[in-house]
Design a protein around this ligand. Structure first.
Ligand code: RP5
Length: 162
């Protein structure tokens, strides 16, 4: 059964979790509640419609949707809700995620999806982007994001390891 949270992460398949779990790291570090589950545009289309059309009333503020190959999940979710959707192209076996990226990024005008980079970096940035969206109305979270950034900056050494 699909659960909802302030940030709800969905993916097309169990095989996407290896990539999509990177989205949960910043959410955990920043203390943002989230749920994650499988919704497939092609294998579970009714679950998709039910999930997307109930997301707002179930309290979800941002949806992160990851999929690979013919990655219709983020766009189809976006077509059923006004909750902002962040799309993550998962690297596919044969085309290395170029198919996923182009499927997600080339939305027709009128139905936007905020598309991240292919793979783990995109998934992690999706978590951070969701946090930044929530921080618009949450000053304490904004502060935690500021500290997160500072820590990241402080952890980049000048010296090269030769
Ligand atoms: C997509 O097909 C999923 O998002 C996944 O990236 C890809 C392959 O799925 P599996 O065949 O591994 O279940 O719908």
């Amino acid at each position: 059964m699909m659960k909802f949270a302030r940030v709800t992460i969905v993916m097309g398949s169990q095989s996407d979790w290896e990539t999509m779990k990177a989205a949960t790291k910043p959410l955990e570090e920043l203390g943002i509640e989230f749920e994650a589950g499988i919704v497939s545009a092609h294998r579970t289309p009714q679950r998709l419609v039910e999930f997307a059309s109930n997301a707002h009333k179930n309290g979800t503020k941002v949806i992160i949707a990851g999929a690979g190959g013919a990655a219709h999940l983020p766009g189809m979710i976006a077509s059923e809700t006004l909750v902002p959707v962040i799309g993550v192209p998962v690297a596919s076996r044969h085309l290395k995620g170029m198919d996923s990226l182009l499927s997600i990024v080339q939305m027709p005008r009128g139905i936007p999806v905020a598309t991240m980079a292919i793979g783990e970096a995109g998934a992690m940035n999706a978590g951070l982007m969701a946090a930044q969206m929530l921080a618009i109305e949450d000053e304490a979270l904004r502060q935690r994001l500021q500290e997160y950034r500072q820590k990241q900056t402080d952890n980049v050494p000048f010296e090269i390891v030769k």
